[in-house]
Design a protein around this ligand. Structure first.
Ligand SMILES: NC(=O)c1ccc[n+]([C@@H]2O[C@H](COP(=O)([O-])OP(=O)(O)OC[C@H]3O[C@@H](n4cnc5c(N)ncnc54)[C@H](O)[C@@H]3O)[C@@H](O)[C@H]2O)c1
Ligand SMILES: [Zn+2]
Ligand SMILES: [Zn+2]
Length: 389
């Protein structure tokens, strides 16, 4: 079959690879009908995430048709149409039973590495580093789904692929980021990053009743999409984010701040960002946490910082004393996807939201390598890429 494979920094190729097989009786094989490129894929593409190996199959946002099921799988049958959440979960461990699916204790088949690096393992993830199991991803014609009797979400035939595809990642990710903020009707929510995740944060914050939603980025078409979703926007390249946020909140700062940017933050020649770039270049720092620092500084005391943006390793010069003295709550995590999928699928069916608004590019798997670059560089108005194998 054909699949998009990682071969090193900025080197993704559409390769011919062996078809996946059932390896465990709970598995299923899914024929992928649609998959997407996620901002998290860019951290692998740009070489910031350790634990990748040449030939790894990329992709963790995908859906398709079940073409084979293992003998113990009682949930799925051949022909079912499913969206597959990016977090692999067993459904039975202590964490899964509490709904903390992204930290499933059993699904990371490289658990010993996870335990060593993180103190305790996190869940297995599709198409991601070997720290999280090194499972083959879904930017492929077929994919093996482990524990396929737990996470896959069956979707009704009257909804198109594009309407439901993002239930596997960015829609629940934006939603969880806002739910973690415990929105009050009087709240201002400020969202850094108007990429696909930021866009779903904006729409979720509006749906969950925030009084004011403010979105920050510098890419004009992403800012325009944010405004169409109900946000007031700030261009961090031409405006002072801190001044504008204070102006828009009567000088008090936003109560809720969301980092939908993560470890590859850009900033306009601030002292802290030049420091990050220099340290990252000589491998003394893994991440560029400019947004985290800015959120800690501008957030209203007793506010919440919600961090769906991905960080990889060690962060420098985080003003933790500021966060502590201001009584800030910090909430973060890979998304516990299945915690939200029933509710969000219903909202799509009821027409409360049409997730297709974010799609700007549609192409075949063979065009994938080129589109990684287009998405990373935000060329050609690119916000979200959907590929059809
Ligand atoms: N927690 C999860 O489960 C989960 C799931 C999906 C994605 N993510 C992460 O969410 C983040 C965003 O993903 P995406 O798909 O939207 O990616 P993206 O790269 O398209 O979006 C990031 C956006 O941030 C903007 N940006 C950069 N520096 C900024 C700054 N200083 N201030 C404001 N905006 C800035 C960029 O211009 C870009 O539009 C990534 O880190 C991704 O790994 C996390
Ligand atoms: Zn993702
Ligand atoms: Zn589990």
């Amino acid at each position: 079959m054909k699949a998009l494979c990682w071969h090193g920094k900025q080197d993704i190729r559409c390769d011919e690879v062996p078809d996946p097989k059932i390896e465990h009786p709970r598995d299923a094989i899914v024929k992928v009908t649609s998959c997407a490129i996620c901002g998290s894929d860019l951290h692998l593409y740009d070489g910031f995430m350790p634990g990748m190996e040449s030939g790894d199959i990329m992709g963790h946002e995908f859906m398709g048709e079940v073409v084979e099921v293992g003998s113990e799988n009682k949930k799925l049958k051949v022909g079912d149409r499913v969206v597959v959440p990016f977090t692999i979960c067993c459904g039975e461990c202590d964490q899964c039973r509490r709904g903390y699916f992204s930290v499933c204790e059993r699904s990371n088949r490289n658990k010993s590495v996870g335990d060593k690096v993180f103190g305790h393992t996190t869940a297995g993830l599709f198409g991601y580093t070997h720290l999280t199991g090194g499972y083959a991803g879904g930017q492929a014609e077929y994919v093996r789904v482990p524990y396929a009797d737990v996470a896959p979400v069956k979707v009704p035939s009257n909804l198109t692929d594009e309407q439901v595809l993002f239930l596997g990642d960015i829609f629940p990710t934006g939603w969880q980021a806002v739910v973690q903020c415990d929105i009050e009707p009087t709240d201002t929510v400020a969202i850094w990053g108007c990429g696909p995740v930021g866009q779903f944060c904006i729409r979720s914050a509006v749906m969950l009743g925030a009084r004011q939603v403010i979105a920050i980025d510098r890419v004009p078409e992403r800012l325009a999409m944010a405004r169409a979703g109900g946000a007031t926007t700030i261009d961090f390249e031409t405006e002072s984010v801190v001044e504008r946020l204070n102006d828009l909140t009567g000088g008090k700062g936003p109560e809720k701040c969301i980092d939908a940017v993560g470890l590859e933050a850009h900033a306009t020649a601030t002292l802290d960002s030049m420091y990050d770039r220099a340290k990252q270049a000589v491998m003394l720092e893994t991440d560029r946490p400019h947004v985290l620092r800015e959120m800690m500084y501008v957030c209203r005391p007793a506010g919440v910082l919600s961090v769906p943006g991905v960080y990889g390793g060690v962060l420098d010069k985080i003003p933790f004393g500021m966060a502590m003295n201001k009584s800030l709550t910090i909430r973060t995590g890979q998304t516990h996807v299945n915690r939200w999928t029933d509710d969000l699928l219903k909202r799509i069916e009821e027409g409360q939201i049409d997730p297709t608004f974010v799609i700007t590019h549609r192409a075949s798997l063979a065009d994938g390598p080129e589109l990684y670059k287009t998405f990373r560089d935000k060329h050609d108005g690119c916000v979200k890429v959907v590929l059809q194998p």
